[in-house]
Design a protein around this ligand. Sequence first.
Ligand SMILES: Nc1ncnc2c1ncn2[C@@H]1O[C@H](COP(=O)(O)OP(=O)(O)OP(=O)(O)O)[C@@H](O)[C@H]1O
Ligand SMILES: [Mg+2]
Length: 496
Amino acid sequence: MARDEHLPWVIKYRPKCIDPKPGCVMPVVDQEQAKRLFVPWLKQWLSGRPPEKKAALFYGPPGCGKTSLVEAAAHEYNLELVEMNASDFRRKEDIERVAKVAATQMSLFGRKKIILLDEVDGISGTADKGGLDAILNLIEVTRHPIVMTANDPWDQKLKPLRDTSLMVPFYRLSERYIVEVLSRICRAEGVKCEHEALELLAKKSEGDLRSAINDLQAIAEGYGEVTVHLVQALVASRDREYSPYEMLDHLFKSKYAWQAKRAVSHANLDYETLLQWINENIPVAYDDPEDVWRAHEALARADQYLGRIRKTIDWSLLAYVFDLAGPGVAMARKRSRIRFRYKFQYPEKIKMMAQTKELREIREALAAHLAPKLLVSKRRFRTEVLPFLQIIFRYNPRYAARLAIGYNLTERMVKYLAGPAANEVLEHMRLLLLRMEKPKTAAEAAREERAAARAETAAATTASLEAAKTTRSTRRRRTTTRRRRTTRSSGQRTLF
Ligand SMILES: Nc1ncnc2c1ncn2[C@@H]1O[C@H](COP(=O)(O)OP(=O)(O)OP(=O)(O)O)[C@@H](O)[C@H]1O
Ligand SMILES: [Mg+2]
């Protein structure tokens, strides 16, 4: 107990069980949906029949119980917790060494394991591609349940993880649950806490229990009691960024204009993506057609302002974008009911853009490569030249091969232009290049020499004929100037 006295309370009061039960003071509160998805999945693992998805991805805002639920499960089912953190993912070998051993060997004394890869969104950079592959490989070979956690799992680079995992959402904790945990801690610590002070702490934490507990401990240890006055004076409101889902949740549940504006201006998204998320989720949040129409109207105007900012670089207009996309959309609700939980969706357009990203990149590379050579703008190239090039490449592979070699196109560019005829074009290119590189045989060289000699004689004959013609005409006209000119030109012809 003496050792516990210096522990941060977030560690000291970590949940030890999933649901409340006798003998367990600290259960994981709230997060019913996560528990409903996770517990049967884990039980299937423990019964010896691994589920189809061998990994689970817990995602949601900070301090709401993702890591806690894994720890509580390990405690409750007596599992050995093998934990890796974002900093360990940096190197592929580290994951392979530590995690693979854990994933393939049974524990001593037959104790089962659960593997926790905490904060996998920390590995979304390209430099960590190897780390990501190693995790995917680990999921394939594992003999133990793997749980990953992330605040923002929607990064495109994490898509392979999303596809192979059971997605388990976590939400900001409601104030009621935060107050419940805080007062339990106050009782356990014997600290006098005003109920309203705990409510205020909960409000300021914005659903992040970790920060609420830390604030509680700081005040309690500093002042021996927790009062409204102290909370007001000491705890600043948190100004955090919202994930797309949180932003939508705040936006469509806001009662006041300032709440809606705050939701959009604190979103962790670039402005175009922000409008896209709202756009595709308006029909999810509103069921009344007129509400939907009003919301789209406001959003369209926000988009116009954004366009104007792009053209004029006048960022003072950004306030209007937020006003229209936030309060404009939120206040469009006249008849639709506010629901407790919405099923917001990932925007189709963003998904599609991600899928066509590679094609768009090749098209851009082609424009950058060919537009200057053809003396047209990139835009004109895309709209007027590219369609014809595609037709040539698809229907005249032999000619296309010559163009491709002449313009030095890469294989990816040829494939993009030729589509289904790509193999044919590439084959013609190969033959052409071979012919261009092939050394001449003696017979070919002799044939070429003879042809060159023939061409030379022919040229000489033409030249002398021309010269004779000019001399005749010079004599006929007998003008000195003409004669001079004709002599010069005949001289040129002979040279040629
Ligand atoms: N649902 C919860 N029930 C009980 N305690 C919780 C809950 N959520 C958070 N806590 C408390 O907050 C602390 C931090 O929670 P936890 O580590 O689970 O957050 P997290 O969701 O993993 O956050 P992060 O995304 O920052 O890693 C825990 O030690 C626990 O004391
Ligand atoms: Mg965590």
